[in-house]
Design a protein around this ligand. Sequence first.
Ligand code: UDP
Ligand code: LCN
Length: 806
Amino acid sequence: MSELIQAILDSEEKNDLRAFMSELRQQDKNYLLRNDILNVYSEYCAKSQKPETFYHSSTLGKLIYYTQEIIQEDSNFCFIIRPKIASQEVYRITSELAAESMTVQELLDLRDRLVNKYHPHEGDLLELDFGPFYDYTPTIRDPKNIGKGVQYLNRYLSSKLFQDAKQWLEGLFNFLRLHNYNGIQLLINYQIQSQQQLSQQVKKAINFVSDRPDDEPYDQFRVQLQTMGFEPGWGNTAARVRDTLSILDELIDSPDPQTLEAFISRIPMIFRIVLVSAHGWFGQEGVLGRPDTGGQVVYVLDQAKTLEKQLQEDTELAGLSELNVKPKVIILTRLIPNSDGTLCNQRLEKVYGTENAWILRVPLREFNPNMTQNWISRFEFWPYLETFAIDSERELLAEFHGKPDLIVGNYTDGNLVAFLLARRMKVTQCNIAHALEKSKYLFSNLYWQDLEEKYHFSLQFTADLIAMNAANFIVSSTYQEIVGTPDSVGQYESYKCFTMPELYHVVNGIELFSPKFNVVPPGVNENSYFPYTRTQDRVESDRARLEEMLFTLEDPSQIFGKLDDPNKRPLFSMARLDRIKNLTGLAECFGQSKDLQEHCNLILVAGKLRVEESGDNEERDEIVKLYHIIEEYNLYGKIRWLGVRLSKNDSGEIYRVIADHQGIFVQPALFEAFGLTILESMISGLPTFATQFGGPLEIIQDKVNGFYINPTHLEETAAKIVDFVTKCDQDPNYWHSISQRAIDRVYSTYTWKIHTTKLLSLARIYGFWNFNSKENREDLLRYLESLFYLIYKPRAQQLLEQHKSR
Ligand code: UDP
Ligand code: LCN
């Protein structure tokens, strides 16, 4: 990249750079983000009447394309350049056009100076650097393979391990001896005493089972196998046992990574899983649509159901049913005594439609009843996590009658609890972010002190750093969640280097090329959400009731607005009323476009109708704003706003009713980490227009099975929708073709079956490698513990004191 700058300085474009920098000086901001930079650049090109080609093809144009941020300091500029995904270079360009590269430390100091928080005379600030801990672990080289960690790890470690045949076979043998369920030995028993014996006995057992009918149940030849040294776990029929043993035989004789993966995926080693979703209202009814309660609850519940099912299938296939093996999944959350009519005050609740999946609610210790007895925002939750983890460990051990095999954390708080639990119980830890707040709130780290009272980001970002580094593996819903796109920074990537002025500097917060990252997108509950055309599975009375609720019912307690013409095509959206979801932006876009109003009604399912009913700051602001927009654009008769909390079934049927009316779903978020509503609308058969900022960019293929919108460009968004609607009016098949392709997209790529199969395979493979490579993570974990005790905990204690005085 320095070459790009050098090339500009060595050419006539030098004058353009000088003039562009002079434009920058005219700006009233001295910290410009990508959007601002592009605006200044395009203004510069227009003003200086540059030809069209200059904008993109000039060397300056290329430099600008890669520039994420520009900071002005005195007469110099600091260019923060991202020449490719997951990499960063920083240059200072002086007014004399001299360019020199800057270190990360210099950049962080500069940022501190910008906000007047640079105090070199007081000594250096704590510098966090996780880089050295990753020096001795394998790292992916090509950014396009980021997120395919397990494949890479398997290949890399296999090739290392297979080099030393003796050590490899010994490792395998020891691994096979490990497994048991409630004290019952699985796989091999004491009769096999060495790896040589294992190899001989495997061949013998293969011969033995090969002579039996394929479908002969395992139980009928269990005793003979036991005398050869083999315990349950190889399969439920003669054919399955033969196949599993043959894979092992091949692995012993001629190991390769694929065979290893195939073999490990069959090993019964996971029976008990904890999914930690600590904050908020976690329940099965009456919780969605509240602040803090959205996709994460839906995700974790669906995941629990399908994990249990998959574990049952795997157990059955492994031939363990006779042993009374009952896989168990526990969702761990907080108990909320004042539960506002929900079951969030109930200690244990069975997950519907499962045999052994439960919601276990553990109360917060009563430090301050005002807080701990009630729902509290995820931003205030930090002081209660450590004791919550301690109390939860006891409850989990009791519920499982032992330790879990896998702990999955969700969101910052759940991930921190997962870290504490995994550390105490020595269990594999998986991290799922859902949304990392750092990139959601602009300048959240630079101005953390100003935001602290409301958001407490110092605690949240410290917890994020601890949990993401501690995790054995991280599951992300998209590639861009990790490292963004060619022109935008990923959510995890934003933790790579940042300053928390006067608290610490992070010079290397996470290794993005680590094979711990794996993209495993979620699915959608196919019992509740399915294509509108499947009329045989729909309940007519529900359809009629929801149709009335959507279009005509007059019930001011929960519905605002009466449509002048309920037959217009519905433009539908459903989301929590927080700022980032930007339903108010959609209302504004609708308000500004007479064309759109001509063709469509706007129908919103959004939280609450009244400010007094909300305890959440952002929600209250959004309610006020929405009324204001309706008033400003006189949207009466054109909009309906449903402040309802829907049951799972109703929320599925509502999309289908909109599809019956050949409507459209719009997801206008300013940023959406993934966006489950997009899967829900697409599988229902609704043409979907979704934000181009975040996960939807990977879910939808633009103009193929849905459309991207830039929610900050209201006019352009309205024009896109009007264009679609006009085309549909002219050719009704157009709506149907997009609708069908949306359905196909979800079924082919976003199912829970795909998700859980992959997740379990990851858990087994990371478990195997942790055992085999004896990766020593103790130093990293000790470093993380220090952060927890020295930074996180005292700050959490301070917050607790504040809570007590409220
Ligand atoms: N949802 C709902 N009622 C509402 C708002 C949302 O049932 O009033 C559900 C919606 O169907 C989806 C989830 O909440 O299943 C929202 O998930 P998404 O990933 O789209 O966004 P999040 O709220 O997690 O940011
Ligand atoms: C949180 C979000 O903000 C959404 O984008 C995701 O879809 C949801 O969690 C589930 O992961």
